[in-house]
Design a protein around this ligand. Structure first.
Ligand code: GDP
Ligand code: MG
Length: 419
């Protein structure tokens, strides 16, 4: 996606006469790319129409940075689609709130319930989990396991088959126990859709949730709109969580879910683990969606700051996902010249420094140093251990980015503009 948008914009800036035809060609290219990212056809078409109204052809003809003008307009339009105009209900600490999770089976509800509970628990809430999925065998065990791991109280039953009854009892119990965030996990069976929606309606009626969260798998593609709408029609969906953003999907379905439910996305799931969960932020998400914006910009920067004879080797290593401390050391001075590090990485398709907070690092990497080794290095180099730790953090952050660049197509020397 980043590639084709960059190419479209490149075409734009190379054209000598900027007329409507060129703008159309450019927009068509962007349209194709957004459709590939699962943004709903109608949304893309509307956006295209809006852009044409916004982007003034005279500005383009006169202005030097046509590329930027169009890119900014597309970016703004996508941000607007993701903003439903009003924030979702936010639970208050110390005041009991009921939050019900809905979504199809496999979308990540049970996992996300725990992540949501854990996220709030860390901030001082007293969450509790209620398993109202009596349909799937093992549903209660799964929730119980997750809850136990996170030390969160839970409620459910192996015997009772009525989800409404369990939901009601669970909510009741946790209200008595003064829990302030009571989370109800539900079933999402595929078959008998009508029965599922009726069940959701009943659970909602019995538990009177303050907030209903629709959980959606980022990889469901163009089906996102209809699915979100179907849930919205049976229960009062007030927020959306998009899961599996760590996978290949760019998550364009999020725009559909917001449009269909008129509710904001509040979190995204970025892995199977409890803490792989991030507060949703529109701008970095749109950057990622657009593959923002430009690998070619990044390559330009590399060309600018890395000495010519070192470029092919560096790019080769990056494309192999082969990023070592030594490379970091060798390139650090060069990279620093590229401006604030976050700014540089936000140029990479699919990455934004905001999407990768420091706490999210892979700590299971066996190659990482332990504390005593870091201490020795600190002593040996006459530095504070804090400096060594900071360097390792930076390394881990970069290594993670580099590893995702694996397989990146690297053009032959002198042909970088192809990006
Ligand atoms: P449910 O049927 O809606 O309750 O879905 P589950 O919570 O059982 O999740 C289905 C599968 O998706 C499980 O294997 C989860 O580990 C996985 N999963 C959930 N969220 C994420 C995520 O953000 N990233 C990844 N990679 N996997 C996830
Ligand atoms: Mg489940």
């Amino acid at each position: 996606l980043g590639g084709s948008i960059s190419r479209a914009l490149q075409q734009m800036s190379n054209a000598t006469i900027i007329d409507e035809k060129v703008l159309n060609e450019c927009l068509n290219e962007i349209t194709r790319a957004l459709l590939q990212s699962d943004v709903q056809f109608k949304l893309v078409r509307d956006m295209q129409t809006n852009i044409k109204k916004i982007v003034n052809l005279d500005d383009l003809a006169a202005g030097h940075n046509k590329r930027r003008i169009i890119q900014q307009a597309v970016f703004n339009e996508l941000c607007k689609i993701l903003d439903p105009g009003k924030p979702s209900f936010t639970p208050k600490k110390g005041k009991p709130s009921v939050v019900m999770f809905v979504g199809l089976q496999g979308s990540g509800k049970t996992t996300t319930c725990t992540k949501y509970a854990f996220h709030h628990q860390k901030k001082g809430w007293k969450p509790a989990l209620v398993c109202a999925d009596t349909f799937r065998a093992g549903a209660f065990d799964q929730l119980k396991q997750n809850a136990t791991k996170a030390k969160i109280p839970f409620y459910g039953s192996y015997m009772e088959s009525d989800p409404v009854k369990i939901a009601e009892e669970g909510v009741e119990r946790f209200k008595k126990e003064n829990c302030d965030l009571i989370i109800v996990d539900t079933s999402g069976r595929h078959k008998q859709e009508a029965a599922l929606f009726e069940e959701m309606r009943q659970v909602s009626e019995a538990t009177k949730p303050d907030l209903v969260i629709f959980v959606m798998d980022s990889s469901i593609g163009q089906a996102a709109f209809d699915q979100a709408q179907a849930f919205k029609q049976s229960v009062a969906v007030g927020a959306v969580i998009i899961t599996k953003m760590d996978g290949h999907a760019k998550g364009g379905g999020a725009l559909s879910a917001v449009a269909a439910t008129k509710s904001p996305v509040i979190f995204i799931g970025t892995g199977e683990h409890m803490d792989e969960f991030e507060v949703f932020d529109v701008k970095p998400f749109v950057s990622r969606l657009l593959g923002m914006g430009d690998l070619s910009g990044f390559m330009d920067k590399i060309q600018e700051v890395v000495p010519m004879d070192q470029q092919p080797e560096l790019l080769q290593k990056l494309s192999e996902g082969n990023f070592t401390l030594r490379i970091m050391y060798e390139q650090f001075q060069n990279i620093l010249k590229m401006g604030p590090i976050g700014q540089v990485f936000s140029m990479l398709p699919g990455f934004s420094s905001e999407l990768m907070p420091k706490g999210q690092l892979d700590s299971s990497n066996p190659k990482l140093m332990n504390e005593s080794r870091m201490m020795r290095i600190a002593r040996g180099s006459g530095r504070q251990i804090r400096d060594v730790m900071e360097m390792m953090e930076e390394y881990k952050r970069l290594a993670k980015i580099w590893s995702k660049m694996k397989g990146l197509k690297i053009p032959k020397k002198g042909d970088m503009s192809a990006l």
